[in-house]
Design a binder for this molecule. Structure first.
Ligand code: NAD
Length: 321
């Protein structure tokens, strides 16, 4: 088997490669060539940690495996480690033998950023100019950096619950040569594309903060009870997701479905748009919303790419197992 440690990932995988891997696996999911296994997520009663597994099989891409890991809230303060910790395990689909073990921390950030970028590519208006960010934490910087590659954005506007964190995303905008402006939430009406990436349990972005024609990628809600945007916004939007089952149970759509504002059948897999079996946006006035819940297949797709590159460049550690 091969081992690709966390420290090697940054030099191996690019935003472009992550984007391609995620776009391809979303397409495979919609074509029923790939599926995710039920997610396990447990509060283990130790260190207040949440631990679990996300896995799946992509018959076309050939990735089989799982990401194991979770969230250890005291890591940073107690041990100087990041709080999110994960490792990806890949298996040979022909034999069941373990193929690779890959550091999953940076991969998680990259595959999540790739998901919102894929949604922008396929659902945002071609003439989008103003990029809006709700959230300015660790993951927000990755989302913004990747999003700015999808359209000719002329300005980034940002709001964050903790305003002192806004310089995190201002730095990313400026590095990409795009001016940044802090706004209040109604100021988001100026945005053509909005990414929300927060850990909130109640909505910040309301339906009347969003103008006609906007594309919104909701990326923070990945657990029951979390919520970033008003449920009424989903009722006004065409709603897309990575996986419908997750969207309506742990994603942003859980609230709109529970309130009877939309039905499960209103939520469309983005892979269908990629494959051309759903029309996606049909008018410049449509509000499109991508509910990015994060699926195991995204991790496997990007990890498979990393292993391929590590073997090619002779840096994968090979062990007899
Ligand atoms: P972080 O701790 O670095 O940042 C948290 C962000 O949420 C900050 O912007 C903070 O100001 C904001 N926030 C905190 N409380 C808030 C509140 N009450 N109202 C509004 N905003 C609030 O975390 P991160 O690494 O940036 O991750 C953000 C979220 O994204 C987490 O909830 C994480 O679970 C989720 N996530 C989702 C995926 C996916 O695939 N969908 C992948 C990775 C992370």
């Amino acid at each position: 088997m091969y081992i690709v440690p966390e420290a090697l990932i940054a030099d191996l995988v690019s935003r472009e490669a992550s984007f391609e891997a995620v776009e391809q696996v979303f397409a495979a999911m919609a074509a029923k060539d790939a599926y995710n296994f039920p997610v396990v997520r447990e509060a283990i009663g130790h260190e207040d940690a949440l631990y679990g597994f996300k896995g799946g099989f992509d018959r076309v891409g050939g990735s089989l495996g799982l990401k194991a890991g979770g969230y250890w809230p005291h890591n940073l303060e107690k041990r100087g480690l990041i709080n999110h910790q994960s490792t990806v395990f890949l298996f040979d689909p022909d034999t069941g033998k373990v193929h690779a073990m890959v550091g999953g921390n940076l991969l998680t950030a990259l595959r999540t950023a790739a998901a919102s970028s894929v949604s922008i590519k396929h659902l945002a208006r071609a003439d989008a100019k103003v990029m809006g960010m709700v959230g300015a934490g660790h993951q927000a910087t990755f989302q913004l950096r990747a999003a700015l590659e999808q359209r000719s954005f002329e300005k980034v506007i940002g709001w964050n619950y903790h305003p002192e964190m806004l310089p995190n995303i201002e730095k990313v905008a400026n590095e990409a040569g795009v001016p940044f402006e802090a706004v209040d939430l109604p100021g988001m009406q100026e945005a053509d594309v909005i990414i929300s990436i927060t850990s909130a349990f109640s909505p910040s972005l309301m339906a009347d903060h969003v103008s006609a024609g906007t594309h919104i990628a909701c990326m923070g809600t990945d657990t029951k009870g979390k919520q970033e945007v008003e449920a009424a916004l989903l009722a006004k939007a065409k709603v897309f997701t990575d996986e419908v089952a997750q969207s309506i149970s742990i994603g942003e759509a859980q609230h709109a479905v529970a309130a009877g504002l939309i039905a499960q059948s209103d939520v469309i897999e983005i892979g269908a748009v990629i494959n051309g079996t759903h029309e996606g946006r049909t008018s410049d006035a449509d509000i499109t919303l991508f509910d990015g819940t994060g699926v195991g297949l995204q991790d496997l797709a990007v990890a498979s790419k990393v292993v391929e590159l590590a073997i090619e460049r002779g840096v994968a550690i090979e062990v007899d197992f």
